[in-house]
Design a protein around this ligand. Sequence first.
Ligand SMILES: [Zn+2]
Length: 265
Amino acid sequence: MKTTEHYLYTDITGNKVSIRSYEFGNGEPMLYLQGGIHGGEVTYFIFQKLYEYIKSIENLLTFKVLMLPMVNPISWQQRVYYYPVGKFSLQSGQDFNRHYSEKEYEEGNVAKKLANLLRNLSEDYKIAFDFHTARCSKPYLYVEDRSLISLANLIGLNLNLFDFEINPTEFSGYYVNKMRQNSNSTKAFTIECGTHDDYSEQNITEVTKSIIRLLNKLLEVGEKIFECNFENESITFCLPQKWIYSAITGFAKFYKQPNELCSIP
Ligand SMILES: [Zn+2]
């Protein structure tokens, strides 16, 4: 296992801020895992479990796995009282996950520099995952492209087809979207690993097992994984995505609980 520090910026106190990657195995770059782009989205415990597992099977790996459990130190330093709120860059006002745009690097824009670094680190990998948490949810996987449904089925989490065409402006610069436009070789997914600010052993185990399932299949069939057709009848599939805007601000009452099935008219 190789640990690398990737320099990001120097803060106002003169400290050099960097992000750490863990590289396992040899051979072709295959699996890329990143988390923590948004402050307060705790996916670290999943990485901890995956780290232990991958380390234990490292001598079996015929390909490379790159893991970055905490990619965004800027977001985790943004706090109000004791709560990390770093979803948005205070410099640009934009979501940190909207900076993977066409402009490679803008002098002084550290969020763009970070996005550029992450894209460069991951673009040689065949499969990439960006770990997040959602407001109040059970783990699920965003599939941004129908051609990836088979692979997504193998991973075994609930699926949600995320159609960028519905709102292209809102999601320009989004990691997975950008990887899709940039390269034909990287199949990129977002996993929402559970509820914000929540510690759930069940959710952690579910996501960890899904990545291990994929990893084991990769060890078994290698790149043939992309030719296989995996089907799973028990998958929840939310389609189409529906956007509902209220005319005025107010409160929303949710009639469905996370994981509760509903039909969309
Ligand atoms: Zn997020």
